[in-house]
Ligand binder design. Structure first.
Ligand code: FAD
Length: 388
């Protein structure tokens, strides 16, 4: 067993860290206040090639693995930024690379790698189905050589900042299926064209964090057969290839948040003097931080193993889910420890703790809530009856 990162991985961390210094706390605080998208940051990440990390070199990407992608997202969040503004390009790659046709890859990947096209939107969740993805109702009806798509999606993030949308839709009625995980299909949609043709209407949803999530109303959107990714009816399986990557990458963003909370709070606890000594001299202040650190370090080991398995093409569902669970919980505990450490100042926006606290809270709930992660572990690792 070798726990060391390679010199190349260290160089990636250093380069991302250095890029992030150009986008300090004030940058993110200002965006948060204005609910604005970090265009300059995403452009800088794209120009440096980091958002094309997972795109193979033959298509102009960096040809790196989920391990390296994890380090990139972790460093962004550890710097005080929010990688959620750009992470979907990495989440969606698992489906596109493993199941996209050569023609689709040749058509889209070089442009995505160059930053000419953004694939930042992943359309799965629906108002009625919620976490029960196999119940989605957005329907793609085959008419000769086309699919006609209609339905409603909710909480689909960055649709206003994306050119393409990876969309999950139903191609066989739920009632006709024996295996309920079949009958769904994945499509790569030209979002800008669909909006211009009034076939997709986007309605922004205001949330407690600066996340740019939206509702989509899809009405008679015509898609050519060439928009289908992989096999018709196998979309749920194809999406799962993105989900494991997504869980590992979300774990990484959480780990970055956890590191940020602990680093900032430890520094503050060493400087803030009350009752004649630094507050960090009190065990009531330092123990929650030390505990949070221990949880972050442990979660990082599971994340590393999950990414290692993913990059070898080996099954990694248990590890990816465990990493997402532990890292999101570790970040949340670190966030609470930081809130307590900063006292009243935690609530003042200029310290950024409350902003990061709101941002990291999301990861307990989305992109998959931790109850469903526990249900996965109970069923697939412990062999307990399926609970949902
Ligand atoms: C800011 C934000 C951005 C998002 N971005 C995207 C995106 O880009 N694309 C996309 O497709 N989706 C996105 N989502 C949706 C997100 O993935 C869902 O909100 C999430 O999966 C949960 O679905 P739901 O909100 O309908 O919760 P529900 O399914 O209604 O569940 C509500 C709660 O009930 C509990 N619960 C439900 N079922 C069970 C069960 N069987 N056992 C135990 N507990 C259960 C869970 O605790 C859960 O939190 C986003 C959400 C948010 C808030």
């Amino acid at each position: 067993m070798d726990f060391r990162t390679t010199p190349e991985q260290d160089a990636i961390r250093d380069a991302v860290r250095s890029l992030c210094t150009r986008f300090p706390d004030e940058y993110w605080r200002d965006l948060d206040r204005r609910a604005a998208y970090p265009d300059a940051f995403v452009k800088a990440l794209t120009d440096a090639g980091w958002l094309a990390a997972l795109i193979p070199t033959e298509y102009g990407g960096a040809g790196l693995g989920v391990t390296e992608a994890s380090l990139i997202l972790e460093e962004i969040n550890a710097s005080g930024g929010n990688a959620a503004s750009a992470h979907a390009q990495m989440y969606t790659m698992g489906t596109l690379l493993r199941h996209g046709s050569d023609a689709q890859k040749r058509m889209y990947l070089p442009k995505i790698a160059k930053g000419e096209l953004r694939l930042q939107a992943f359309g799965i969740t629906e108002p009625e189905a919620g976490s029960e993805t196999t119940r989605i109702r957005t329907t793609a009806v085959k008419k000769r050589d086309r699919y006609i798509v209609s339905g409603k999606k909710i909480f689909i993030s960055r649709t206003l900042q994306s050119d393409l949308l990876l969309l999950l839709a139903r191609t066989t009625p739920y009632e006709s299926l024996e295996d309920k995980t079949q009958g769904l299909s994945v499509f790569l949609v030209d979002l800008k064209a669909a909006v211009a043709a009034k076939k997709i209407t986007i309605r922004p949803i205001e949330t407690m964090l600066n996340h740019h999530t939206t509702e989509l109303f899809i009405d008679g959107l015509e898609l050519e057969k060439s928009a289908l990714v992989g096999n018709e009816g196998m979309g749920f399986r194809h999406i799962i290839d993105s989900w494991n990557a997504e869980r590992i990458l979300i774990a990484s963003e959480s780990l970055g948040d956890g590191r940020w909370f602990i680093e900032r709070a430890s520094r503050y606890a060493g400087e803030r003097v009350v009752f004649g000594r630094p507050i960090g001299a009190n065990q009531g202040v330092q123990f929650p931080l030390a505990q949070a650190h221990a949880h972050v370090v442990a979660a990082r080991l599971v994340r590393d193993k999950a990414a290692w398995l993913f990059d070898r093409g080996e099954p990694c569902g248990p590890e990816a889910n465990t990493a997402k669970l532990l890292a999101s919980q570790a970040a949340w505990a670190a966030g609470n420890a930081a809130m307590d450490t900063y006292g009243g100042y935690a609530f003042a926006k200029e310290f950024d703790v409350e902003r990061k606290f709101r941002e990291t809270r999301l990861f307990l709930t989305a992109p998959v809530n931790n109850n469903l992660v526990l249900a996965y572990i109970a069923e697939h690792v412990l062999g307990l009856p399926k609970s949902y």
